[in-house]
Design a protein around this ligand. Structure first.
Ligand code: F6R
Length: 612
């Protein structure tokens, strides 16, 4: 999704802006651009990568201590040089970069055309920059800040914007509604970005701008105001991220690095939450609301994509162990279907970024209807984290690969801790089983290390299936969501069409697809569904499907029966989802690499989906 960086300070803006754009590449984009407030507003932009933009810059003079820059993920108008941001207003007074969508842009554009404005691009962003200039031209008493405020009051939709003005070259103005912006505080300089990644190494002190607030920034001052032009309240957060977290190190791709980080990230998720003697779970972030959760008549888990898959694992765990009814909903459906909610409901949003538009809006709707709203987020200080009554951070660290891996296992870890703690507090779990599952959870990192040590074998198997055009993933019970997630990983990074199915559903349709061309990946460790899933495997085998199974180490029966196996260590069923997904992540990764795909930035996808 689009990315913004901006700078105002005593140094040249360009180096930070270019490096910032590179650090935002992971979000997915198709064009890039930069504007600097030098002796005049200079804009350079082009379709393609940030490196293409850099090539373009060499031949140009780059001066300016205030600047804005952008990576665009096309919404209004195709990816090309003209539609790329920044956009300049018709009379050259303002340059603007914008994340989000201006929903009423067509009406505003028509009004501006009636007032003599013409447009170069097809974007909603050019409408906004001209609207600002239109108000600016209304009279001497309207300065740049007031013009921006007036323009934003006319806008319906979501935005994060950064604006520079030809007449006030030392000033940068930023604002947001629905699309995040973070301001980094340096010494004699301020940095702005759409997430904290570009700011790492420049400052640890950051302000997450609140919806509808405006920040007026120059090298020596930062003023935050509300949309009513009153001083805005804010909090400076300390964000302790290291450069190592945002670099690939010895790995070929961020996705591979993040898959290999999982033993460590799962330990980070446990840290402080599982007592040293493995006898208790402490979820500090839920302390105040825990009594309300225990009394809940229903828990509703909402999320999108991979986070929705984590929610499905959560559903099985909470219902199985804590015996509280759970519903799982796509946030995009939940927000529009007028759900029945009461004060007895607890709604939990699962989101890596904490900024996914559908999830955020669904959560606000649940709050308005009286439900207790909680969040399971990875990004500290994100919108969902700030807007919920309470929550649990997953602590997986910055996830840069667009395909979620370590954030997913961290989400599942949190949901497992939550389910087990809830079950014990409700008296649904014996102390022995409570301790056993905690202990099993604590052993997961070592077991994932064992799986990762077999990565070469998984690569060899991937080579056999890299030419596939379709794939079917099957699982049962807690491992059905793992099949869904395995299929999603394959499809999003290798572009092979893959479907996840509950294995019992196979006979009701997908079996028609099975022939000797179709790889069928079955998640089949030794659990209480084992006999059933072996029958499903037999059905595929009878139709000559190419079977690949995730099996418990030493399962000779399945090894004989299927074409290839991914072995995982034996474990308690409650923690098996955390193990079973790892070979499927690696399988998808190696297939995508062997097919020459851009693993970290798959086509058309964005890391943080801040528009609906
Ligand atoms: C898939 C993936 C997406 C996200 C989804 C929700 O690998 O990453 O499906 O899971 O866009 O994003 P978050 O978790 O940030 O709300």
């Amino acid at each position: 999704m689009c990315g913004i960086v901006a700078y105002a300070g005593e140094n040249s803006a360009c180096p930070f802006l270019i490096q910032g754009l590179k650090r935002l590449e992971y979000r997915g984009y198709d064009s890039a651009g930069i504007a600097l407030a030098g002796s005049r507003l200079q804009i350079h932009k082009c379709k393609g990568r940030v490196s293409d933009l850099e090539g373009h810059l060499i031949s140009n003079e780059l001066e300016g201590q205030v600047g804005i820059a952008h990576t665009r993920w096309a919404t209004h108008g195709e990816p090309n040089d003209v539609n790329a941001h920044p956009h300049l207003s018709m009379n050259g007074h303002f340059a603007l970069v914008h994340n989000g969508i201006i929903e009423n842009y067509a009406g505003l554009k028509a009004e501006l055309i009636r007032n003599g404005y013409s447009f170069q691009s097809e974007t909603d962003t050019e409408v906004l920059v001209n609207l600002i200039e239109f108000f600016y031209g209304k009279g001497l008493e309207i300065n740049a800040e007031m013009a921006i405020r007036l323009a934003l009051s006319k806008v319906v939709g979501a935005f994060g914007i950064a604006v520079i003005c030809n007449d006030v070259k030392e000033e940068l103005i930023v604002s947001r509604r629905g699309s995040p912006l973070v301001i980094g505080i340096g010494e004699g300089e301020y940095f702005v970005a759409s997430d904290a990644t570009p700011l790492v190494g420049y400052t640890k002190n950051m302000i997450y701008l609140s919806d509808n607030d405006l920040a007026i920034i120059s090298k020596n001052s930062l003023i935050l105001k509300t949309e009513e032009d009153k001083p805005a309240s804010f909090r400076i957060s300390r964000v302790d991220r290291t450069i190592g977290e945002i670099e690939k190190g010895d790995f070929d791709h961020f996705m591979l690095k993040e898959i290999f980080e999982q033993p460590g990230t799962i330990e980070d998720t446990f840290r402080g939450r599982v007592s040293a003697d493995r006898s208790a779970i402490v979820l500090g972030g839920l302390m105040d609301v825990f009594p309300a959760i225990l009394k809940a008549k229903r828990i509703i888990l909402i999320g999108c994509g991979t986070s929705w898959h984590a929610a499905l694992v959560g559903e099985y765990l909470i219902e199985t162990y804590a015996r509280i009814p759970v519903e799982v909903e796509y946030a995009s459906e939940f927000r529009y279907r007028n759900p029945i909610l009461t004060a007895d409901d607890v709604v939990i949003a699962i989101s890596q970024s904490g900024e996914t538009s559908d999830t955020l809006v669904a959560l606000r709707m649940a709050r308005e209807r009286g439900a207790t709203i909680l969040g399971v987020c990875n990004v500290v200080g994100s919108s969902i984290a700030r807007e919920t009554d309470a929550g649990v951070y997953t602590h997986a660290g910055i996830e840069i690969g667009v395909a979620s891996t370590k954030a997913y296992t961290a989400q599942v870890t949190v949901l497992t801790l939550f389910a087990i703690k809830l079950a014990f507090a409700k008296g649904e779990l014996t102390v022995e089983l409570y301790h056993e599952i905690i202990s099993e959870l604590a052993d997961v990192p070592a077991k994932i290390n064992t799986i990762l040590s077999g990565h070469n074998k998984i690569k060899e198997i991937a080579a056999k299936y890299k030419g596939a055009t379709n794939a079917l993933y099957l699982g049962r019970g807690l491992l059905f969501p793992v099949a869904l997630e395995g299929a999603l990983k394959l499809k999003e990074i290798s572009y092979i069409h893959a479907e996840g199915y509950a294995a019992g559903e196979m006979k009701h349709g997908p079996i028609a697809l099975v022939d000797d061309n179709l790889p069928v990946v079955v998640v089949a460790p030794k659990d209480h569904y084992y006999e059933k899933i072996v029958s499903n495997i037999q059905e595929v085998k009878a139709r000559k499907g190419n079977l690949i199974a995730v099996v418990t180490e030493g399962d000779l029966i399945l090894k004989e029966m299927v074409n290839d196996v991914f072995e995982i260590p034996e474990s308690h069923p409650a923690v098996t989802p955390l193990l079973a997904i790892v070979p499927l992540q690696l399988f998808a990764y190696y297939i995508a690499v062997l097919r020459g795909c851009n693993v970290d930035q798959p086509r058309n996808l964005a890391k943080s989906v801040t528009v609906e």
